[in-house]
Write a new protein. Structure first.
Length: 489
C-alpha cells in the first residue's frame, strides 16, 4: 500500500475493471479523503453506511490534520464502532477480502487499508435434512453459509478445546475452508495429514465439499467413499466427540467427516436417539439390505441359469413357466430391467420433487407390468430387480449406495460368464479391494479388520448397537489420552 490514496485507488480500480456490481467512492472528509470499496449484494450496506462511515468520518473531522496518519488511535477513540476489523498492507490480500464480502476503507496519508467485516450473502435458511431424514432427533440441516455451519457445531459442543482452523483453497475461488476438531481428543497425526493435504491443493476453484473430498482422498480410483459427507449438524458434532475431524466448505451444505470406515456409513444419528434394541434391529436390516442390493441379481443368474438343481422343484417349475415365450435370455432380462430401473431413478431425481416420486413409483409399475404382459421379461426378473432397488434405498449414505450399485454390475457380469465360480471370485476380489483401503491411516474395514487395535471396542457399534454403558470408550479415531467418554458412575 502507498500513502498516496490516488495510487491505491488506481491499482484497485485496475484490478476491478468492468465490475458493474462494484461500489466505490472517494469521499472528502475535512482536509483529507477516504475511499470506500465493496461489492453490492455481498455485505451489510446499512452497517457500513450508518454505523461505520458516519461515525468514522465524524472522528476524522475531530482529528487535527497532522494526526491523520495516526489512524489506530482514531479507531480506539471510537472511529469504528464495529469490533471486527483489521489492517491490510497487501493489495492481493485486500482484493480477496473485498471479493469475500468485506468492505475496504483507505485513508489518504496512511499506507494500510482497513478491512471491515460486513459479509451478508444471500443465503438459504436453515431447513430440514433432505438426504438424511429421521423421525427422532434434531431437524436442522447445514446450509451454504460458512458461519452458519461452524455456529451449528459450536452450539452443540461448548468446549474450549473445540478448534476451528480456517484455510483457503482454490486459486480463483479462494474458498473458505474450516477444519473443526477437538484438540485433546483427535489424533495429531490425522489432523496434520488433513491440513497438509488441503494446503497442497493447487486448483482453480473449490465449489463444493465434493470437490475437496475427492482431492484429499487417499485413493480416487476406488468406487467406495473414503470420506463421509453429512448435512446433519448433530451427526457432525457426534463424530467430532469421537475424535474425528469435520471439514466445512463455504457454499457447500454438506460437511466432510474423516477418517471414514465402512461401518460408519451404516450409522445414523437416529440410531442413538432411540433404545438400543430398535436401533440394532434397524442396523441389521441395513446390512442385510445392502448385501441384497449388491448380490441379488448375480445370485439369481447363478441359481436360475447355472445351478437350477439348487432351486426347489416347485419354484423352478414356476420360474420355467414364467419364462415360457420370453425372447430375451435370462441374463439379458436382468440387464434390461436394471438399466430401465436406473433410468427411472435418474429421471425421478431430475424432475421436480412433486412429480419425481410419482414418476419413480408409477413408471416402475407401468413399465414392469407392460414388459411382463408383452412377454419381453418374466415376472420373477421384475421382482428381483425391484427388490434390489428397494434394498439400495435402505443404505443411509448415498455415496455408499452408489458404490454398491456399480459393484453390482461387476458381480452380475462375473456370474453371467462363469456362474457361481465367477460370482465368488468377484466377491472375494471385492473383499480384497476393501481390505486394502485406508482412510487417513485407518483400515477401511475396521473393526472387522484390525478390530483388536483398541480391544475390540469398535465391534460394539457395528451390526448392532449396545447400550451406552457398554460403549464407554471412544473408537480408534481418538487420541490414546482420551479413551474414556463415559465413566462408570
Amino acid at each position: 500500500m502507498y500513502k498516496d490514496i490516488d495510487k491505491n485507488i488506481e491499482i484497485f480500480e485496475n484490478m476491478f475493471t468492468d465490475c458493474g456490481d462494484l461500489v466505490k467512492r472517494k469521499i472528502p472528509v475535512s482536509s483529507t479523503y477516504i475511499y470506500v470499496l465493496y461489492f453490492d449484494g455481498m455485505n451489510d450496506r446499512t452497517l457500513i453506511e450508518s454505523r461505520v462511515l458516519d461515525t468514522f468520518m465524524l472522528e476524522i473531522r475531530k482529528t487535527p490534520p497532522d494526526k491523520f496518519t495516526d489512524v489506530t488511535q482514531a479507531l480506539i477513540n471510537g472511529g469504528l464502532t464495529t469490533a471486527d476489523f483489521y489492517e491490510q498492507t497487501d493489495f492481493e490480500e485486500a482484493a480477496v477480502a473485498v471479493m469475500s464480502g468485506e468492505t475496504l476503507l483507505i485513508i489518504d496519508g496512511y499506507d494500510k487499508a482497513i478491512i471491515i467485516a460486513s459479509k451478508n450473502y444471500p443465503i438459504r435458511d436453515i431447513g430440514q435434512p433432505d438426504t438424511e431424514g429421521s423421525i427422532e432427533g434434531p431437524k436442522e440441516a447445514f446450509n451454504e453459509n460458512f458461519r452458519d455451519q461452524t455456529a451449528l457445531i459450536r452450539r452443540r459442543i461448548r468446549d474450549t478445546n473445540l478448534k476451528i482452523k480456517q484455510l483457503k483453497a482454490g486459486r480463483r475461488s479462494q474458498t473458505d475452508i474450516a477444519v473443526i476438531y477437538l484438540k485433546d481428543v483427535c489424533r495429531t497425526e490425522i489432523l496434520e495429514e488433513a491440513l497438509k493435504r488441503i494446503e497442497n491443493i493447487d486448483i482453480d476453484a473449490i465449489l463444493d465439499s465434493g470437490y475437496l473430498s475427492q482431492l484429499i482422498s487417499e485413493n480416487e480410483m476406488t468406487l467406495f467413499p473414503l470420506l463421509q459427507l453429512t448435512e446433519r449438524p448433530d451427526k457432525a458434532a457426534a463424530e467430532i466427540l469421537e475424535g474425528r475431524i469435520v471439514i466445512a466448505v463455504d457454499t457447500a451444505p454438506f460437511v466432510i467427516i474423516l477418517p471414514a470406515v465402512l461401518p460408519s456409513f451404516y450409522q445414523t444419528g437416529e440410531d442413538y436417539y432411540q433404545n438400543w434394541q430398535a436401533a440394532s434391529l434397524i442396523r441389521a436390516v441395513r446390512y442385510i439390505a445392502s448385501m441384497l442390493a449388491l448380490a441379488l441379481p448375480a445370485l439369481y443368474v447363478c441359481f436360475a441359469l447355472y445351478n437350477p438343481s439348487m432351486v426347489p422343484a416347485e419354484l423352478l417349475l414356476k420360474m420355467s413357466f414364467a419364462r415360457e415365450g420370453v425372447p430375451v435370455s435370462g441374463i439379458g432380462e436382468i440387464y434390461l430391467m436394471e438399466l430401465a430401473f436406473e433410468a427411472l431413478r435418474e429421471a425421478g431425481i431430475r424432475m421436480p420433487s412433486s412429480i419425481g416420486s410419482t414418476l419413480g413409483i408409477v413408471g416402475g409399475i407401468i413399465i414392469g407390468q407392460a414388459a411382463v404382459d408383452a412377454g419381453i421379461v418374466s415376472p420373477i426378473v421384475v421382482i428381483v430387480v425391484s427388490l434390489t432397488g428397494i434394498c439400495s434405498f435402505a443404505i443411509p449414505q448415498i455415496a455408499l449406495g452408489s458404490a454398491y450399485r456399480l459393484s453390482k454390475y461387476f458381480l452380475l457380469t462375473a456370474a453371467s460368464l462363469f456362474g457361481f465360480l465367477g460370482f465368488w471370485a468377484a466377491f472375494v476380489t471385492l473383499l480384497i479391494h476393501l481390505s486394502s483401503l485406508k482412510s487417513f491411516g485407518i483400515p477401511y474395514l475396521y473393526p472387522f479388520a484390525g478390530g483388536d487395535i483398541k480391544g475390540d471396542e469398535g465391534i460394539r457399534d457395528t451390526f448392532f448397537r449396545l447400550p451406552p454403558r457398554f460403549m464407554k470408550k471412544r473408537p480408534v479415531f481418538s487420541s490414546d489420552k482420551q479413551k474414556i467418554r463415559m465413566k462408570s458412575e
